[in-house]
Write a protein that binds this ligand. Structure first.
Ligand code: KG4
Ligand code: ZN
Length: 368
């Protein structure tokens, strides 16, 4: 039994979790800052770091309390080193270093994207399905900050029962992340923040074939690279062309009225068409990579993995190809610390520890 306390503070969630043997979640505490950033339509880095400072101590204490463990019973402290907002990351990294040093426990540094990948394995372990997963796996990490495709392989560790994971970056967004496009479209249309969940819901009432967005033509890009800034600009143009700005202004002016009463059919059609274009692009490129790299499974993780059309599309397309697809639960899809503990476990087994000179790295790469 190895209990890892993990801390995640890369963006706008202050999170701590205790996970046993990388698979059993003893606690998973998340303090969200959504309300703090909502009125700005996106995360304000300065406000985020200050909120992390206020929340980190109570969140870590609550994670240990719910796990029924005191600090002495922990085997290691894990922390997200990057990528993310530097001020936010620094709060978690400094706190984790101080905790590990004062307790005399090993410190494990985790890449946030590796955490999202391990969220899928953690979810499968919760359902007793981990044994069904074969490698290599093509993983789409898709959130407000990232859209990246990884080829993930694993090898058994030499001396202990566990695996070494390796990651190859095969594609990523050249501009906006998919979740960022959702959030910007929602902001433009006065739908609040974050945009993903509300667009997901409203798009169900729209006609997704109303508007045919042109696919991005990327110069010198790899076949699995993404681009979402073009569709965001195209939506802005359509909002002007179709006179949808006034309706958006009315929604902003009446934040207390139910949104559903304030959205007319042309906006619903625009949202449905936008969502379809984004989801089809994500699915097409991911499945092309899965075919080309002979993947034995497909993982989809990150905040946008909660999207209902995305889940349906991947499930259908993967069924056609006979490749199993795995998602985390919605709670493990968005930022959380349990996934950081799960990603830390193989490093803990392999003795891959960070020194007390560990520093936050806002653009920490994963794979090459
Ligand atoms: O992983 P996450 O919690 O934080 C980041 O690392 O960014 O992802 C948040 C992102 C936001 O952009 C949000 O709009 C998007 O995930 N999101 C969704 C849905 N739920 C959250 N996007 C599409 N459909 C959803 N249902
Ligand atoms: Zn994330």
């Amino acid at each position: 039994m190895a209990c890892i306390l993990a801390i995640e503070s890369s963006c706008d969630e202050t999170a701590a979790a205790v996970v046993d043997d990388g698979t059993r979640i003893l606690s998973n505490i998340i303090s969200s800052q959504i309300d703090l950033h909502a009125k700005y339509g996106g995360v304000v880095p300065e406000l985020a770091s200050r909120a992390h400072l206020e929340k980190i101590v109570p969140v870590v204490r609550e994670a240990c309390r719910q796990a029924g463990l005191d600090y002495a019973a922990l085997d290691a402290i894990a922390v997200t080193q990057g990528p993310g907002l530097v001020g936010s990351l620094l709060v978690g990294v400094s706190y984790a270093k101080a905790l590990a040093w004062s307790l005399g426990k090993p410190l494990v540094a985790v890449n946030h994207l590796e955490g999202h990948i391990h969220a899928v394995l953690l979810e499968a372990a919760q359902k007793g399905e981990a044994g069904k997963i074969e490698f290599p796996v093509v993983t789409l990490v898709v959130s407000g900050g990232h859209t990246a495709l990884y080829l993930v392989s694993r090898e058994p560790l030499a001396d202990v029962k566990g695996f070494h994971y390796s990651y190859r970056l095969v594609g990523h967004t050249l501009d906006d992340a998919a979740g960022e496009a959702y959030d910007k479209v929602a902001k433009l249309l006065g739908l609040g923040y974050p945009g993903g969940p509300v667009i997901d819901r409203l798009a169900r009432r729209g006609d997704s074939s109303a508007i045919a967005f042109t696919r991005p033509h990327l110069k010198r890009a790899r076949p699995y690279d993404f681009s979402f800034s073009g569709i965001k600009t195209a939506v802005a143009r359509l909002v002007d062309r179709d006179g949808l700005r006034q309706e958006a202004g009315q929604r902003r002016a009446q934040p207390d009225r139910p949104l559903d009463d304030l959205v007319a059919q042309p906006t619903l059609d625009l949202l449905a068409s936008f969502q379809r274009a984004v989801v089809e692009d994500l699915a097409e490129r991911t499945l092309a990579a899965a075919d080309d790299f002979h993947a034995r499974a497909v993982f989809v993780s990150g905040g946008v993995a909660a999207n209902s059309l995305l889940r349906k599309t991947f499930a259908e397309e993967c069924a056609i190809r006979g490749v199993p697809v795995f998602f985390p639960s919605v709670a493990l899809s968005t930022d959380n610390a349990a996934m950081i503990a799960a990603a830390a476990y193989p490093k803990f087994l392999a003795g891959e520890f960070a020194g007390h000179d560990l520093n936050a790295d806002p653009s920490l790469p994963l794979g090459v």
